[in-house]
Write a protein that binds this ligand. Sequence first.
Ligand SMILES: *[C@@H]1O[C@H](CO)[C@@H](O)[C@H](O)[C@H]1NC(C)=O
Length: 131
Amino acid sequence: MKFTSTFLAATAAFVASALAGASATPLTTRTVFTPPVTYPHAGTVWFSGQTHNVTWDTSDAPSQITNKLGRIFLRKAGITTPLILAENFDILLGRIEVEVPLVLEGTDYQLNLFGDSGNFSPEFTIQGSGI
Ligand SMILES: *[C@@H]1O[C@H](CO)[C@@H](O)[C@H](O)[C@H]1NC(C)=O
């Protein structure tokens, strides 16, 4: 009987610690979500003044997202500019219409899609501004 009571005590301690561990786990787990941009992609050419759907892949979206609101900045030559193409949209939409701004022509543009943290598109081209 001595073995049995020791076994029961150990089992009770294990169950108690398991329950304590479970109750310490937050009910909602917030997860950083940085979806990859799927359009524009390498080889894309946009003209100033055009409207395009920027698209991104939401298939890996977790159920809880820290920041559901998206924002898209324009990048050039590896630097994120202050130019915002779209903001305050639902990051789970997977697409948002943007107007191509009047900027210097160049082949080294990227988008920086922000949800929780930034995600860069591949480099693409903006033409037709006449600048
Ligand atoms: C963007 O996508 C929506 C939904 O597919 C479509 O209705 C709209 O015409 C698209 N806009 C452009 C500029 O292609």
